[in-house]
Each structure stands twice: as structure tokens, then as C-alpha cells.
Design a binder for this molecule. Structure first.
Ligand code: DC
Length: 231
């Protein structure tokens, strides 16, 4: 017996718009939103607090298993709590973004966070966004989307986001960082960033975010419609 409600897997590279797409789609569907990047970000932050290297896969794997990470709906969007403390903003700082990408290459880390992610989505009725949701975490997800956009467009979005957060950044440096993270995410040995063979690829260059969200909702409705018994 399959799930009543689907797991909607939304994968894509940094700055593709997947986070916004996932948030809006979850809201319209009334589904739970799970930002899996936040798990890797929390791990990078926790390691930093403990003076643990982002290269030490074994220790990071153990740390990942012991962290308590939770999400809470707030007025200004979803809040992320790490061991009870709010870290929503801290985990978005450029340094922690690089750290998240670094800690995510380790097999022990990915294994430790795999069960956490599967537990969060098991019942369905969830929009889960990340890099490997449709390929590794939920290869049986009922709806799989890969959100794409060129590196230049993604860097510009990321730059505007960081400026809005009051960070002192330049566009060239942001583009370099986006490319560096792509390189690492796409080439790591374990669960590299790539579209699942059965994912629908949606490009937020030519398509507006709203068009992409509408397409996600259509795909979910197609799934739910196909589930209805014949009258
Ligand atoms: O989506 P994000 O930018 O918040 O993710 C931060 C980092 O975490 C990203 O560089 C790669 C890693 N990540 C991952 O490896 N697998 C996921 N499912 C989600 C994120």
C-alpha cells in the first residue's frame, strides 16, 4: 500500500530557486516543508562551535547523529532550532554555507542524516527540498522536481539575498563561491547533485517562480487524481 499523500522531492543547486518553490508549494498544498540543507548547515555550525574540523568525517558523523534539529513555523517563515537554540540566520552566513557543502561530502554524515530525513517524510504530505531527495533519500517519491538555472542567474540571486541580509559581498566573489559549491556538490563520491532520471526539470531562468510552483501543484494533482478510484 502506497502513501495516501505524496512525498514531493524538490532538488536543485544553490540559488536555483528551489527553496522559494518548495516553500510556496508546501503552503499552497498545506504540506509540511522540510529544508534538508538546514540539517547540513546546522551540522557545520555545531562543528564550528565545538572546534571540530569540517574535514573530519568520522567525528562529524557521530555529531550528526546526536544533534537535535527541529523546524518551527514563525511569522517571518520557518525557524530552525539547533539543540533548542534558534539558528535560522546564523546558518545562512557565507562561511557556514561553505561549511555545509564541506561536511556534506562525508559518507558518515550522509548516512547519519539519511534516517533523520526519511523519518521526516515517511508519512507523505511533505515537500522536501535538497540535493539528493529524488535520487537517494526518497527514490520512490511520488513527485520529483529538479529546479535548474544558470550559475550567473543563481549567483545574482544569492548576491541580492546576502546584500538584503546586510552582508558585505561582491558579485564576482559570489559567482566564484556558487561555482565552487556546484563543483563540490556535483563531484562528491556519495550522493552527488544530479537530477533523478524520472525527475521533471524546471528552469527558473525562462520560467517565473510562480509558473514553476503552478507546475509542481499540477504534478501533485495529477498524482492525486490518478489515485482516485474509478466512479
Ligand atoms: O540547500 P542549501 O544551500 O541550504 O544546502 C547547503 C549544503 O548542504 C549544500 O551545499 C549541499 C548540502 N546538501 C546536501 O548535500 N544534500 C541535501 N539534501 C541538502 C543539502
Amino acid at each position: 500500500m502506497g502513501r495516501e499523500l505524496p512525498v514531493v522531492a524538490i532538488d536543485g543547486p544553490v540559488g536555483s530557486g528551489k527553496t522559494t518553490v518548495a516553500r510556496l508549494a508546501a503552503k499552497r498544498l498545506g504540506y509540511v516543508l522540510v529544508d534538508t540543507g538546514a540539517l547540513y548547515r546546522c551540522l557545520a555550525l555545531a562543528a564550528r562551535h565545538r572546534g571540530l574540523s569540517w574535514e573530519d568525517g568520522d567525528k562529524l558523523g557521530k555529531l550528526a547523529s546526536s544533534l537535535r534539529i527541529s523546524f518551527e513555523e514563525g511569522d517571518a517563515g520557518q525557524k530552525v532550532l539547533l539543540d533548542g537554540d534558534e539558528v535560522t540566520r546564523e546558518i545562512r552566513e557565507p562561511d557556514i554555507s561553505q561549511g555545509a557543502s564541506k561536511v556534506s561530502v562525508h559518507k558518515a554524515v550522509r548516512e547519519a542524516l539519511l534516517n533523520t530525513q526519511r523519518d521526516l517524510g515517511r508519512e507523505g504530505g511533505v515537500v522536501m527540498e535538497g540535493r539528493d531527495i529524488g535520487t537517494v533519500v526518497f527514490p520512490d517519491a511520488e513527485v520529483k522536481i529538479f529546479v535548474a538555472a544558470s550559475a550567473e542567474i543563481r549567483a545574482e540571486r544569492r548576491y541580492n539575498e546576502l546584500i538584503a541580509m546586510g552582508e558585505d559581498v561582491c558579485l564576482e566573489e559570489t559567482l566564484r563561491e556558487v561555482k565552487q559549491r556546484d563543483q563540490r556538490d556535483e563531484n562528491r563520491a556519495v550522493a552527488p547533485l544530479k537530477p533523478a532520471t524520472d525527475a521533471v526539470i524546471l528552469d527558473t531562468g525562462p520560467l517565473s517562480i510562480e509558473q514553476v510552483v503552478n507546475r509542481v501543484i499540477d504534478l501533485v494533482n495529477d498524482f492525486l487524481g490518478a489515485r482516485q478510484p474509478e466512479p
